[in-house]
Design a protein around this ligand. Structure first.
Ligand code: NAP
Length: 179
């Protein structure tokens, strides 16, 4: 019986939350994270079982390791967090782009870095990108760019963290949010 923790970064709502709920229903030790501590703990309480919440902002990567310091051995790490920006090259919003690029590419990598010592050979990492990688939509300049970056991040992690399994998933539209 797997005993390690399932960590879902971006597990307070949406697809991350659905995954957290299914693992909690299986009796697993689950950690869900979001930007706000109280909101993450509230979501954990609603999910139930042995679920706990941790609040940290992926767009502030220097603080991530301290927030994850209490997490034990990790069986599965899911990176699903997203803060959507609407951006295009004609009216380019630099600050919004910096936040999303930092969140998805640097924040995700730092969360993995912080938890690497607690990953085992049987552990796995799942990283969420999105089909906007291949099919841009109006306003998806940064989203399309970072989703492409997710693919390359997997390419380097599979060699750096072998034999830990690393996968990405690039959903199409789920619910009512374009991605
Ligand atoms: N939904 C779609 O149609 C779709 C399509 C393609 C790809 N995707 C991808 O699938 C993943 C999940 O999408 P979703 O729509 O299910 O997500 P969602 O419902 O929008 O939830 C986003 C999650 O990310 C957390 N989050 C947001 N900003 C954050 C930040 N700065 N730092 C840390 N956590 C942050 C939120 O927590 P708090 O709000 O509690 O802070 C929440 O748990 C995303 O990576 C997205 O790119 C989604």
């Amino acid at each position: 019986m797997a005993t390690g923790t399932v960590v879902i970064v971006g597990g307070t709502q949406g697809q991350g939350r659905e995954l957290a709920q299914s693992y909690a229903d299986d009796g697993r030790d689950v950690v869900v994270t979001g930007r706000d501590q109280a909101r993450a703990q509230a979501a954990a309480g609603e999910i139930g079982g042995s679920t706990r919440g941790i609040g940290f902002d992926l767009a502030e990567p220097h603080a991530i390791a301290d927030h994850l310091a209490e997490v034990g051995d990790v069986d599965h790490l899911v990176l699903a967090a997203i803060e959507r920006d609407v951006n295009n090259v004609h009216e380019y919003d630099i600050d919004a782009a910096l936040r999303l690029v930092t969140l998805k590419l640097v924040g995700y990598t730092e969360a993995i870095h912080a938890l690497t010592p607690r990953l085992g050979d049987e552990s796995s990492i799942l990283i969420f990108g999105g089909l906007a990688r291949d099919r841009p939509y109006p306003g998806s300049t940064t989203v399309t760019t970072v989703n492409g970056g997710v693919t390359s991040l997997v390419n380097t992690l599979v060699t750096e963290l072998a034999p830990t399994r690393i996968n990405a998933v690039h959903p199409a539209i789920v619910g009512d949010s374009p991605q």
